[in-house]
Design a binder for this molecule. Structure first.
Ligand code: HT9
Length: 511
């Protein structure tokens, strides 16, 4: 290193690095992942977060004095990106596989074991879902073999397609509840191409849906799908949590970014994105204007639309069309001694999903104390559970107050499991506009958005609105945005950038 060669950047703030200055807007896990990658590669980074805390939908909290996640509580370990980020920021030894991998579907009043042999709820043959569906529905699944191939075109609603091939019951009782967890959405509108891309591709090549499912299953078995999990001592688990909560990941990434010289400004909304006469970006906040060689917008689609309106109106219009669903999480703590008094409830596995056709309010329940040993270890005298409510288009329940959401959760939990004890504490966390919806045609829209911003220099988009709502997908989107910006800046014969990049020791001079 040549030392602090560029002590006075145009925005006048102190800096420790001398690379190009990149402003990341949005401190959810995608923006944080972008900032981490950029700062590690030698860029100077300023991350702006409008809220008073970073983390977005990852939030660690407490119930009855015990640590819990109040946002996302699990991440997919089959994909490497989130695991790698956790390890890079020193949390590798806190990764934990779920203590149980069985779950249930609360269907027709019974907790039925969640079938195993399916791809996002679509079975490879009827026997895989025998316990869950009616005999008539099982026979209907086999009609898939006799039907002529379906033309799925460029995209198709997963619910409509699966119902056509295998009947609506498999959609209503398995596909819908699974997608209801992932997207809080409606299977009859959700894009198969965006939500289950491997199945979409297989369905184009195979004559029947069951053939496509089995092809996806074979491909999964042939590749070391759980390599990321296996390599971290997670024992090949498909999902992972973090001791202390997935919600501790954003703070750890933020700390790592700061330790590497990056700046993280919370409570600082990016009000406007401007271009200076020199072609550089300027990001205006209420407090100051930041000059930037490059910008990552890791914000929700409506915020991104507002920031881009003057620069890429076509992108802004498309972004404004992306819809979000809201959900609420109700976390409940029960004293274990109260449970024995009222008769032990049946709480098999990690939790259950709820098919919307049965008309209940909750859409899932997670038995946190059973799913995560870190939760059980931190509060051995408590049973911690959580329920979720809210689906796109069915948000009236969410307008009710917290006490109502707690009451309906207790009522549904009691009906499903026999749990009748009163909780000693409850916490309601509302995620308004939390989950972007991927309707049919979503990926084509994303392509149009990307095409509309490619004309803009050194600007990239990241976050859940585009190509995956899960944590690994968000981390990947941030990392990809950062890598593309680093590559673009490296190629740009720009004075400012060329002189402020980490100096090559061979050049022997400081700008
Ligand atoms: C964003 C997201 C992904 C995508 C991840 C990514 O792509 O990165 C995903 C994937 C999946 N989720 C799955 C299963 C379940 N999801 C549940 C519950 C929930 N998921 C949610 C979100 C997501 N879910 C949410 C907001 C809930 C509500 C309750 C809560 O937040 O507390 C529950 C019930 C509770 C429990 O048993 O824990 C089950 C059984 C399986 C299938 C596993 C198999 O095939 O065996 C898969 C692939």
């Amino acid at each position: 290193m040549n030392g602090p060669t560029n002590p006075q950047p145009t925005d006048g703030r102190p800096t420790t690095g001398n690379g190009p200055h990149v402003v990341v807007v949005g401190g959810g896990i995608a923006g944080l992942a972008a900032a981490h990658r950029l700062v590690t590669a030698g860029a100077r980074v300023t991350l702006l977060e409008g809220d008073e805390r970073v983390g977005g939908k990852l939030l660690a909290g407490e119930i009855a004095g015990a640590p819990v996640d109040l946002g996302a509580e699990s991440l997919l370990a089959r994909r490497p990106e989130a695991i790698a980020l956790a390890e890079a920021v020193g949390l590798g030894d806190r990764l934990q596989a779920p203590a149980t991998t069985t779950a249930s579907v609360w269907s027709r009043g019974q907790l039925v074991p969640m079938p195993k042999g399916h791809v996002m709820g679509v079975p490879g043959d009827a026997s895989a879902v025998a316990g869950l569906l009616s005999d008539e529905a099982l026979r209907r699944i086999d009609r898939d073999r006799e039907l002529p191939p379906t033309d799925i075109g460029d995209d198709i609603a997963i619910g409509a397609y699966v119902a056509e091939r295998m009947g609506h019951e498999v959609v209503d009782r398995l596909v819908e509840p699974l997608l209801g967890g992932v997207y809080a959405g409606d299977a009859y509108r959700i894009s198969m191409k965006a939500a289950v891309p491997a199945l979409f591709e297989a369905a184009r090549r195979h004559p029947t849906l069951a053939d496509a499912v089995r092809a996806v299953q074979r491909a999964g078995a042939a590749t070391p799908a759980d390599a990321a999990g296996a390599a971290t001592g997670l024992g090949g688990a498909a999902f992972a949590g973090l001791r202390g909560g997935i919600g501790t990941l954003p703070g750890a990434v933020a700390d790592a970014v700061r330790a590497a010289g990056g700046e993280i400004l919370t409570g600082t909304r990016a009000g406007a994105l401007l271009r200076g006469g020199d072609g550089r970006w300027r990001v205006a906040t209420r407090q100051r204007v930041l000059d930037a060689d490059a910008v990552v917008l890791a914000t929700p689609a409506d915020v991104t639309a507002g920031l881009l309106a003057a620069h890429a109106p076509a992108a802004a219009d498309e972004l404004a069309e992306i819809r979000y669903a809201s959900m609420a999480l109700v976390t409940l703590a029960f004293r274990r001694s109260d449970l024995t008094d009222t008769g032990l409830p049946a709480l098999p596995g990690s939790g259950f999903l709820v098919p919307p056709v049965d008309g209940h309010t909750i859409k899932a329940a997670t038995f946190s104390s059973q799913k995560w040993s870190w939760v059980a270890d931190a509060a051995p005298d408590l049973l911690v559970l959580r329920t979720s409510a809210g689906r796109r288009g069915e948000e009236e329940q969410l307008r009710r107050d917290d006490a109502h959401l707690v009451d309906v959760s207790l009522k549904d939990l009691s009906a499903a499991t026999g749990l009748t004890a009163r909780p000693v504490a409850s916490v309601v966390t509302r995620w308004n506009g939390g989950l972007p919806q991927y309707p049919v045609g979503h990926l084509a829209r994303v392509e149009r958005i990307r095409a509309a911003v490619t004309g803009l220099p050194a600007l990239r988009l990241a976050g859940a609105a585009y190509q995956g709502v899960g944590i690994p997908a968000c981390v990947a989107s941030g990392r990809r945005a950062a890598d593309e910006i680093l590559a673009e800046l490296a190629d740009t014969p720009n004075e400012i950038i060329a002189t402020s990049r980490t100096a090559d020791p061979g050049t022997g001079h400081c700008p």
